[in-house]
Design a protein around this ligand. Structure first.
Ligand code: PMP
Length: 413
């Protein structure tokens, strides 16, 4: 008898039969309101008819057209179309399959373009599970323990995690920037630093939004020292935060963005975007892969971008996110220490009376919510943050339904 690896930790006991919109339907005959969206992937909902039709049509035309052998229409069309939504100046794209691959492509480009060996990541960041990406991941030792040595050349600076420090946002930000300068003075000189790699909102690290002063501080230092600012938009991109990209909340200009997840409604597709001048500094042949820019995934991505626009999903994410955040803040519980988020990326952090991380209550809430038909996930170094990432199509009534379950579950933990 064969099995799925026992190391794949299952967040819920649900075996899913099919999905439609904001709902997953289990083989147990139950319907679940899906506030996980496949970890922030299915922004257009499950099996959006427009995405399904585009993918089905593409399957019949071309399934695989290896992109360093031939180019194909969906790849060219998607590249063109992304130009209308990407930050100004990021006009050159490389496509891969997973977020981790995109992060590694960004790292390779940053090192090749600057000729510098080191990168600075921010404490609590998650950038993936492949070895280089895991080396830059500091949201939990579970992602990097047991297979050392990790990649060299990674330094870690603080992120402004105000709640954890018990400081105001201003204090945490001033601290983070001061420590970054100290890091330059003590661990990696600017002249040896290729890039900052940073999420607009710490995702796996606990759903902690960055802020304008912090990101402006990074940009200013990047400009001063010739360091590239790589913004990892893998979880925050394509409307999730109520703007097209998370960093747009902070009016900051990235040199490279990484994209994946919400781009293709569930088809494996990722990429990096940079200016032509920067991308051209990657070493010839250093970008490629068997499956990158798969035609079906590209067709699904084009359809996804069309749905985001025609259904005004970025605006919906902002409005429904505000509703969700306000609704959650209206429901008190002694173990909830902090509720925060940007758009439809919202977390509730559970703490004990003594202020310690309360993983037990967070896990109980997440599991009981599943029993009540609401799928949620946890995150954070201590897994004590319950996160909500509904599809961007979520309706006002569905947010209300989730809040009813939330109130019910909290009353019994
Ligand atoms: N970066 C960020 C910000 C992510 O949230 C994730 C996935 N959670 C990744 C990178 C890695 O993506 P993947 O799992 O597709 O490799």
């Amino acid at each position: 008898m064969t099995e799925l690896s026992p190391v794949l930790k299952q967040a819920t006991p649900v075996t899913v039969d099919h999905g439609a919109g904001c709902y997953l339907y289990g083989t147990d005959g139950r319907r679940y309101l899906d506030f996980t969206a496949g970890i922030g992937v299915t922004g257009t909902g499950h099996c959006h008819p427009h995405v399904v039709a585009a993918a089905q049509a593409q399957v019949a035309a071309l399934i695989h057209g290896q992109y360093t052998t031939v180019v194909h229409r969906p790849l060219l069309e998607l590249t063109e179309r992304l130009g209308t939504v990407l930050p100004a100046g990021l006009n050159s794209l490389f496509f891969a399959n997973s977020g981790s691959e995109a992060v590694e492509a960004a790292l390779r480009l940053a090192r090749q373009a600057t000729g510098r060996p080191n990168v600075i990541v921010f404490h609590g960041g998650f950038h993936g599970r492949t070895v280089a990406a895991a080396s830059m991941t500091t949201s939990g030792t579970r992602f990097s323990a047991g297979f050392a040595p990790l990649m060299a050349g990674v330094h870690v600076a603080p992120f402004p995690t105000a709640y954890r420090y018990g400081w105001t946002e201003e204090e945490a930000t001033a601290f983070a920037l001061r420590e970054l300068d100290y890091l330059f003075a003590t661990l990696t000189s600017p002249a040896e630093t290729a890039a900052f790699i940073v999420e607009p909102v710490l995702g796996e690290g606990g759903y902690i939004p960055g802020n304008r002063t912090f990101f402006q501080g990074l940009r200013e230092r990047a400009d001063r020292h010739g360091i590239l600012l790589v913004i990892d938009e893998i979880q925050t991109g394509f409307g999730r935060t109520g703007k097209y990209f998370g960093h747009q909340h902070f009016d900051v200009r990235p040199d490279i963005v990484t994209i994946a997840k919400g781009l293709a409604s569930g088809f494996p597709l990722s990429g990096i975007a940079a200016s032509h001048e920067l991308m051209a500094k990657a070493w010839p042949g250093s970008q490629g892969g068997t499956y990158g820019g798969n035609p079906v995934a590209c067709a699904a991505a084009i359809a996804t971008l069309e749905v985001i626009e025609s259904e005004r999903l970025v605006e919906n994410a902002a409005a429904r996110g505000a509703q969700l955040l306000a609704g959650l803040r209206n429901i008190d519980h002694k173990a909830i220490g902090d509720i925060r988020g940007l758009g439809l990326l919202v977390g509730a952090e559970f703490s004990t009376a003594g202020g310690e991380p309360d993983q037990e209550t967070a896990t109980a809430v997440q599991q009981r919510a599943t029993e009540h038909g609401l799928l949620l996930l946890t995150c954070g170094a201590y897994m004590n943050v319950v996160r909500m990432i509904p599809p961007l199509i979520v309706s006002e009534a569905q947010i209300d339904d989730a809040l009813v379950v939330w109130r019910d579950v909290l009353a019994h933990v």
